[in-house]
Design a protein. Structure first.
Ligand code: FES
Length: 315
């Protein structure tokens, strides 16, 4: 059986595992237990389907993205594989539109052919070789002919300056990815969903919300969006209109300058059904960590919590 690892062919002998084949070929593949327990040897199939038993213990989102454990993977078909954090090939993209959604959040729409993703994942935007940032996708691949990113502009950020001052429709950038497992997968269609985020954490939640509705989610969906100031909320009219049209969708917002704490509000409101709800948490690291801890302490299963924590970029 033939593997392709970073454009390099690797032969797998009959009965041999992918991990053993990689090590025999001189690839420094990480491993520890060699028994499918520790997940140190996690890899991803970008082409071909890994055998189901090589995905034991992985989340539904990981399985759907082709992740597998190399130490227990004896492939039955040719696979193209990559390390789990491989951003993939960079693809050229064309800027289609830039528009302010609030005083400091920019909506960037770009077109990139052959960029496959799940709503809620994130990509790497490459403006220049040494100017790259991760942004979540608010668009839906089956509904939007573009990739949509919500970008908070920082007065001294290099990418912010570049976006604000130089980037115009028609300009070319590159994207790589997608990455992340915070998307609608492995959820019961009747299950309550709570989507909780702050700032541009709304972008992936908006993608997840649209995907859930498109896939026929019947259970209640509550979208919580918080910001420091009232002027930091955005897409409020669209979200209120969507909630008005759908019986099972509720939109809740809170801002610190009005005394509202979105995390506390969501925890209080979700408490009565915390054990049966699927949670999606997106925003700054502190908010996501705090929510995860508090939801777990309140009785939520960690398996029912998907999250995407943003780390601040330097420069
Ligand atoms: S090395 Fe531990 S799961 Fe593969």
């Amino acid at each position: 059986m033939r593997l392709t690892y970073r454009d390099r062919p690797v032969d797998v002998a009959p009965g041999e595992t992918v991990l053993d084949a990689l090590l025999r070929a001189g690839v420094e593949a990480p491993c520890s237990c060699r028994a499918g327990q520790c997940q140190t040897c996690l890899h991803r199939a970008t082409e071909g389907v890994p055998p189901p038993e090589s995905q034991n213990g992985l989340t539904p989102a990981q399985k759907s993205l082709g992740y597998f454990l190399a130490c227990i993977c004896r492939p039955s078909e040719p696979l193209t594989i990559a390390p789990p954090d491989d951003a993939g090939a960079r693809i050229e993209a064309v800027v289609r539109a830039l528009e302010f959604l609030s005083h400091d959040v920019l909506r960037l729409r770009i077109e990139a052919e052959r960029f496959a993703y799940r709503p809620g994942q994130f990509l790497e935007l490459i403006a220049e070789e040494d100017l790259r940032r991760h942004y979540s996708l608010a668009s839906h691949p089956e509904e939007d002919p573009f990739l949509e990113l919500h970008i908070r502009l920082h007065p001294n950020g290099r990418m912010s300056r570049r976006l604000k001052a130089d980037l115009r429709p028609g300009h070319r950038v590159h994207v790589a990815g997608p990455r992340g497992t915070c998307f609608y997968e492995g959820v019961d269609k009747e299950q309550p969903l709570a989507l909780i985020g702050a700032g541009t954490g709304l972008a992936p939640l908006y993608g997840v919300l649209r995907d859930a509705l498109r896939q026929g989610h019947h259970g209640p969906i509550r979208l919580y969006h918080g910001a420091r100031e009232r002027k930091g909320l955005y897409l409020t009219e669209e979200l209120q209109a969507l909630a008005g049209m759908r019986d099972n969708v509720e939109y809740v917002s809170a801002t610190l300058d009005s005394g509202g704490d979105i995390a506390a509000l969501a925890l209080e409101r979700e408490a009565p059904r915390v054990a049966e709800t699927a949670f999606f948490l997106c925003g700054g690291e502190n908010l996501v960590k705090r929510l995860k801890r508090d939801l777990f302490m309140a009785g939520a299963s960690l398996k029912a919590i998907r999250s995407d924590a943003f780390t601040p970029a330097s420069g």
